[in-house]
Design a protein around this ligand. Sequence first.
Ligand code: SF4
Length: 195
Amino acid sequence: MEVTRREFLKITGGTLAGSSLALLGFTPEVALAEVRQFKLARATETRNTCPYCSVACGILMYGLGDRAKNAKTSIFHIEGDPDHPVNRGTLCPKGAGLIDFIHSDGRLHYPEYRAPRSAQWQRISWEEAFDKIARLLKKDRDANFVAKTADGLTVNRWLTTGMLAASASSNEAGYITHKVIRSLGVLGFDNQARV
Ligand code: SF4
């Protein structure tokens, strides 16, 4: 089909005006919905919990790159989870900025260890970190667990170690954490979400 210069200008002018008006919100809902769907269409959606405070709002994280060989996963969009009973899709400004926290240069991605009297942190594996934590917990509990008081009262308490759980835990994870820690005899236990 031949298009004259005049027709060409009419078509491109009309298309530009249409898309600009759509971005300004002067078009039917469908136009805006299509833009949004395109943005998230190929993304992987993952549910999670905002880690910042004890409100524990539900979030949806959208990432690309985890389906293809040699591709690096990257989260590019986060929004409130409309199905979550706590926040029903809303997020406070801090939660709405979570994407910057995820991609922050200062974010720690692996365990680090600083030896006593050392000024240097060294990277260790998760295995080493778990081993170290378990060994130190056992050593402290063996040395300080109190089964009975001086007058023979059974107390089974361990007062020299405390535990702070994260608000990002679900109710179930919080319940299990509570059971494990209390069964060890720990009394100093708290959680941002006060489980
Ligand atoms: S979005 Fe805001 S209110 Fe909700 S858990 Fe995160 S910091 Fe707390």
